[in-house]
Write a protein of this length. Structure first.
Length: 152
């Protein structure tokens, strides 16, 4: 539980430093981990992989919310800035994602390996890539690149 302990230590430091923004993010992450721990059907152990999965899911949720607040313009600017801070905080703990060129190369390689030529099989391709590269690539990016390459 090294990552969970790191979050606890970060929360303690943020409270002592009176850093409310950081404390709020860590509290939310701890709440999300606790929700996962007490979810119906969960019988496993909370390990670093689970905590990383929770952080990744929360970051994705925040990214969607930022887009919504940006649509509001000036009225949503303050909230969007707070959400961007939370996203950057979450990214400290997550593995680095591949850039667009690396995603394209990976998709090309998997298309050749799987022998896919029909755009209708893009879902199979995305599933295959997500199984082997979870956390390194975003499924939406893989789908976008796969659609481009299979149509072109």
């Amino acid at each position: 539980m090294a990552l969970e302990q790191t979050l606890n230590d970060t929360l303690t430091q943020a409270i002592k430093a009176k850093d409310a923004r950081t404390a709020d993010v860590v509290r939310m992450l701890k709440t999300k981990v606790q929700e996962r721990r007490t979810a119906k059907g969960f019988a496993g152990e909370v390990d670093d992989a689970l905590v990383l999965d929770v952080i990744g899911a929360y970051r994705k949720l925040l990214q969607k919310a930022v887009a919504e607040y940006e649509k509001l313009g000036e009225r949503g600017a303050g909230q969007a800035a707070q959400l961007r801070f939370e996203i950057s905080f979450c990214e400290r703990y997550l593995p680095k994602t591949m850039d667009d060129a690396a995603v394209r190369a990976l998709v090309r390689e998997r298309i050749a390996t799987l022998g896919i030529s029909d755009p209708k099989q893009a879902g199979r391709l995305v599933g295959d890539i997500m199984k082997t590269h979870k956390g390194q690539v975003d499924a939406g990016d893989v789908k976008r690149v796969a659609d481009e390459l299979l149509k072109g």
